[in-house]
Write a protein that binds this ligand. Structure first.
Ligand SMILES: [Zn+2]
Length: 286
């Protein structure tokens, strides 16, 4: 019996429908796993639709699912509840994306105010997103060698789409009059870094971190000095925040989505394309 299990170890831990079970700690990881896994994988997103992933709380049932999952895809240090569940579970099959994506420290560049730690928003850089897809593909193929070739094929298509996305953003942001992304939720440092822009965050790393009046004033001054025409905010942020800064500097506001959850009919690619268009317009790009 042990021998047989070892031989077909690929599906030893699978759900009753025979598919691999992937637990994803945030929407972008779930999207990547679903792209690669297709019909051969069941992907559960730990963050319910419409919620934001930073301070996700897990039900006992979700914590229990860590042991049953064939693969838990997460970013260590991003979500305390996920890190705790990983600690608690008995040798969960885990894929920590930290090493794959060159995680950087978060810097609230204008102020030096209080925030430290790493910046989790690696998925907003399509090149890092490609690394995530590759990591997931390798991990799925290792757990389910029967479908490894199929995973590779699907990954190839997804990587081509990400490469297209990268190229089109690069082209669309190649020459912009404004190089500063003034944004409510400081989620766009990786994206800014990839395309030669600079993020100036008004709130902070987590959308519910309240900025101080002093910080808002400093950001407004910076924005005036840099002739910022647009202040960006996400649907996950209190729009009043962007409005306050925008009014102070006489700028317009525009939507920039951190892709931490998407509405029905959208996916990672469609939201990223919309983000690129918003940046192209808001930064006065040629
Ligand atoms: Zn975020």
């Amino acid at each position: 019996m042990l021998c047989l299990l070892a031989l077909c170890g690929c599906t030893a831990n699978a759900d009753d429908d025979g598919r691999l079970r992937v637990l994803a700690a945030a929407y972008p990881f779930a999207w990547a796993a679903a792209q690669v896994g297709g019909a051969d994988v069941r992907v559960d997103d730990l963050v319910r639709a419409g919620a934001e992933p930073h301070d996700v709380e897990l039900s006992p049932r979700q914590v229990g699912a860590f042991e049953k999952a064939d693969l838990v895809v997460y970013l260590g240090g991003f979500q305390p509840a996920v890190d705790a569940a990983i600690e608690e579970a008995d040798e969960p099959a885990r894929l920590d994306l930290t090493d794959a994506v060159d995680v950087r420290p978060f810097s609230s560049d204008l102020t030096g105010e209080g925030e430290s730690g790493t910046d989790p928003h690696v998925w907003l850089d399509p090149v890092r997103m490609a690394s995530i897809v590759r990591e997931i593909t390798t991990a799925l193929g290792r757990r389910d060698p029967t479908h490894a070739t199929t995973y590779e094929e699907r990954a190839g298509r997804t990587l081509a789409q990400l490469s297209d996305l990268d190229r089109s953003i690069r082209t669309s942001l190649a020459s912009c009059r404004q190089r500063e992304i003034v944004t409510a939720h400081g989620a766009f440092a990786y994206l800014a870094g990839r395309y030669g822009l600079r993020q100036v965050g008004v709130a902070g790393i987590s959308p519910d971190a309240e900025p101080s009046p002093g910080r808002i004033a400093r950001v407004a001054r910076y924005a005036r000095e840099h002739h910022v025409r647009t202040v960006f905010f996400g649907s996950d942020v209190d729009p009043k925040l962007a409005d306050v800064v925008a009014r102070e500097v006489g700028a317009a506001t525009a939507l920039l989505d951190p892709v931490e959850g998407v509405a029905a009919g959208d996916d990672y690619l469609s939201v990223m394309r919309r983000n690129a268009a918003a940046l192209h317009e808001g930064l006065s790009c040629a």
